[in-house]
Design a protein around this ligand. Structure first.
Ligand SMILES: [Zn+2]
Length: 472
């Protein structure tokens, strides 16, 4: 006997081009799947949720987050990219035990759910031992989020060996996970390979890593690099200043790869990404904060790429996509405005709109993780991943432009309910209290261990941790 749930009377932002926006609409869910969407559905359903006055949107999708760092939240508020690598990866990574990875991943996944993110790529470059991989997956499963576990490389006391023209192949333990607990591509937690970018490994390593992904039937998420001259001018690998071209040359560039960042990648390489049908992930807040320059948004869109959105690092920036949606749009409009100003004019209209940005955070995210048929819009046949915003919020009334409000004015505090595959993980504005409290307690205790191991007292600041040899 299947379970039927009817959400009634909501303002539906379906993000399904065939259905569009329905100001007063219903969503019928059967078990984990959306079966009908429309106005005034006349159906029998045992369970009903009255969403009158509420905005209902697809669950948001974060395509790149280093969830293992959550216990260090806010520690790097003033970091540059180099300081981030030196302090977080150089000073804390080697002290991360499996239980630390579990604590951070659980808290990070719950934080994501709480803010309306129903699908997240856990970009786990903390695979110091097989137990670290298991701890990541345990936490993702326990949280209830839809996740792609991105199996990365270790971040231990030999981390630099994995980065400087590295000849080390991707950890073979990835095969154990793929052939074991993450063998299904239909489960709530699935798998990808989070590989090092082509410009910091040898050609042979790059080929090996991409072939491993292919052999295991996995998508790849990797750093697109920042284009010529960045990364402090240090470039080691076959990609040199042209990481995308290096992949294309070897026949490894395909639609199953997501490139994160891509800020200063030149247009001709972006075109290679577009032609291959590959995807990109923009983390506007972290990119702007650490010194990666402006996000690639405008150039990517003009070349036909629909970017997805991501958080990257909560050691510095907020973990919700409402903020990221604002940032990606405000940075793009700032850049376009400055260009016009330099020419003595002003923009007549905007190329990228709030609707585009909501697409980046939903349907484009689903495509980037290979789940376009499963999530990303409120469409019959897709999994019921939904977010309901609370009615009567001071910051959302009167509701004159629902998409504009979601993208530019809503915040995580507006998220009243979250469904993942039809299951309510957040109701009445709260996640389940025991799980939430357990995650906070574990993360606090993990933070104490990490600070003690790095010989750092809270309040000391990060400068004692800077290591000049960390240059990449
Ligand atoms: Zn990242």
């Amino acid at each position: 006997m299947s379970r039927r749930l009817l959400i009634t009377g909501g303002h539906l932002l379906t993000m399904d081009p065939a259905i569009g926006e329905i100001p007063v609409g219903d969503v019928l869910i059967e078990d984990d799947t959306i079966v009908e969407v429309g106005a005034g559905l006349e159906v029998d359903a045992a369970e009903r949720v009255d969403a009158t006055g509420q905005i209902v949107l697809p669950g948001l999708i974060d395509t790149h987050r280093h969830t293992w760092q959550t216990a260090l939240r806010g520690f790097g508020a003033d970091f540059t990219a180099q300081e981030y690598r030196s302090c977080i990866r150089g000073s804390f990574g080697m002290h991360m035990r499996p239980e630390d990875v579990y604590a951070s991943t659980l808290l990070g996944a719950l934080e994501a759910l709480d803010s309306g993110i129903t699908t997240m790529v856990d970009w786990a470059h903390i695979m110091n031992t097989p137990e670290h991989a298991d701890a990541s997956i345990d936490a993702l499963v326990d949280s209830g989020i839809r996740a792609v576990f991105g199996y990365g490389t270790p971040n231990d006391d030999e981390t630099m060996e994995w980065y400087q023209q590295s000849t080390r192949h991707h950890p073979p333990d990835a095969r154990r996970i793929r052939e074991g607990r993450l063998s299904s591509d239909d489960a709530l937690v699935t798998m990808a390979l989070a590989t090092r970018p082509p410009h910091i490994v040898t050609r042979e390593t790059m080929i090996n890593d991409w072939r491993l992904a292919d052999e295991l039937g996995l998508r790849v998420t990797t750093d697109g690099g920042l284009g010529g001259g960045s990364w402090n001018g240090v470039l080691w690998g076959p990609g040199g200043h042209e990481p995308i071209r290096a992949l294309a040359r070897e026949g490894l560039l395909n639609e199953r790869t997501t490139f994160v960042h891509c800020n200063n990648i030149p247009d001709d390489e972006l075109r290679l990404i577009a032609d291959a049908g590959a995807s990109i992930s923009i983390s506007p807040d972290s990119e702007l904060h650490v010194g990666h320059c402006f996000p690639v948004t405008g150039r990517a869109v003009s070349l036909g790429i629909r970017p997805s959105l991501s958080i990257d690092i909560v050691i510095q920036v907020a973990g919700d996509l409402f903020g990221a949606m604002r940032s990606i749009l405000v940075s793009d409009r700032g850049e376009v405005g400055a260009r016009h100003y330099a020419e003595g004019s002003g923009p007549a209209s905007w190329e990228i709109t709030t609707k585009d940005v909501l697409e980046f955070a939903t349907v484009a995210g689903a495509s980037a993780v290979g789940m376009a048929s499963r999530t990303g819009s409120i469409s019959p046949g897709k999994k019921a991943d939904l977010v309901l915003l609370a009615p009567g919020a001071l910051n959302l009334e009167p509701m004159n432009n629902a998409i504009g409000l979601v993208v530019l004015q809503a915040h995580p505090g507006n998220v009243e309910s979250v469904y993942v595959g039809g299951r309510a993980v957040k109701q009445n504005g709260s996640l389940a209290a025991p799980l939430r409290e357990r995650a906070i307690a574990l993360a606090r205790s993990s933070r104490d261990h990490l600070f003690a191991s790095a010989r750092l007292e809270p309040g000391w600041g990060y400068k004692p941790l800077l290591q000049p040899q960390w240059r990449w």
